[in-house]
Design a protein around this ligand. Sequence first.
Ligand code: AGP
Length: 608
Amino acid sequence: MCGIVGYIGKQQAAPVILDGLSKLEYRGYDSAGMAIYDGEKIQTTKAVGRLKVLENITRGGSTLPGTLGIGHTRWATHGAPSDANSHPHTNTSRTIAVVHNGIIENYIPLKNKMQERGYVFTSETDTEVVAHMLDYYYQGNPLEAIRKVLHRVEGSYALGIMFAEHPDTIFSVRKDSPLIVGQSQDGAFIASDVPAILKYTRNVYYVQNMEIAQLKADEIKFFTVDEEEIHKEMVTVDWDAEAAEKGGYEHFMLKEIYEQPKTINDTISPRIKDNDIVIEELGMTDEEIKALRRIHIVACGSAYHTGMTAKYVIEKMVRIPVEVDVASEFRYRDPILEEDSMVIVISQSGETADTLAALRESKARGFKVLGIVNVVGSSIAREADNIIYTWAGPEISVATTKAYSCQLVALYMLSMKFAKIRGTIDEEQFQSLLGDLRRLPDQIERLLGQKGKIQKFANRYVGAKDIFFIGRGLDYAISLEGSLKLKEISYVHSEAYAAGELKHGTISLIEDGTLVVALATQPHLYQKTISNIVEVKARGAFVMALTGEDNKAIEKASDYVVYLPETSPYFANSLAIIPLQLFAYYVAVGKGCDVDKPRNLAKSVTVE
Ligand code: AGP
């Protein structure tokens, strides 16, 4: 996510802002910038790269004198990392400057309208449209201009705004992106998160959605979007800096598990327009989609597991054969790629060497490659022919959770779009799926509420030596991910198995008390999976079952059942993964493992 810091007070603003931005580096970013009022005009300096680059260019901020300013670290969502795309963004006359964290979902029509009004854009970002709209609506009253803009933009935002004609004030407003306001004896601050200002003050206000903050050096006021002043309670923060970076969570992994409802919504909602799925960046015509005869999905690790989920979903929904490969195999097996095939590569980091090599191999053979990537401007994002971004924000923990979940919903949307165009689902089925898709964030929120129950169960398996995950079809695909999550952060050996395959050898490993996690989310396979549960129970296994709320029959066969909210069977993996992530997390925590940085692992495997 992007980071915002603003300051107005007795001190020079630039050094305060640089210091604050450095405390937000953990949020992940690819460029940075500042805008400072120097007594006459707004001066802006922006630079792609680490914060150090901005610090060096501005000589620690000394080239930007002034006591009022806003700063930003950018995590690219629209427009690759570049100086021009870095924030702050200004209106043409540079009398208004804006920094933004979030996604303006309707920025394209807004941008078109501003261009029709003669505004010239200098960046590819969604944010720049806010600067020009403020210019258009500003008639001397900043609050009125801000109100008019807020009534027209859709999406998520935390905005820091300064007007050259009001050099004693910073304005700020949020919707769905975090924003705090701080007060010290030296001035007032805005920030995306507490760590940015802890050095200066622990007295903060947590800004709520659609509240506008007006900061002067010695006075802070809050208003509704209807310009009515509101009173807010100041809070004293008692977190230390490190805890604050994790938003109060013990580990980034848990924070990112809990971010999944928001990040899934961020990935879905900009692509649902008028009850249809619109994937502008897909770059495929209906004719190309209809002509498709095979899909190859290539990825590594958890990304490969989303490919396995996609195989079952696409083949059932779209009726196109899907081959899924781990990239390290694909690139060396001299794959057979037939005409009218497409290759999809999936990667959170966009830098995984094997996946990048598979992309290059496919392109070298003349095939178009679609990338599903989380990092804007990454190698895979740059080299793929078309891209679907998962707007999960930066993922700090080595074990992927929110990016994995966003990859799933991106693949569901792709499948639904293909199925609708190819006519393998009708409008009624499409709308029913769309309803289920929209309900996922709230259902995941509900499942996260079972954290305590899962933690209690996980504590019983801190000493486990072998844990098996079994399932059929989509349940096998999610078993793969559940097993990997456990292995990579808790170092407990685990294996995922197609439930019907267990009896062909591996069942010999089941002993008294062996934990078997049985996935049974597919109604048409309930009975078959219950038979497999009975098989392993007969060998002494302890069975934890994850199943739909309608599958009460499984209780008799299992020792411990976690029920999942009702959704389309196509989307069940998105719900089943939540208890599995929590289970892996709490086993690892119980063992005292370094959850965010597991031994031997890197967040991005950029070597073969
Ligand atoms: C997942 O928890 C692991 N960290 C790992 O398997 C990861 O999914 C794999 O290395 C692929 O990374 P990518 O998505 O960045 O390409």
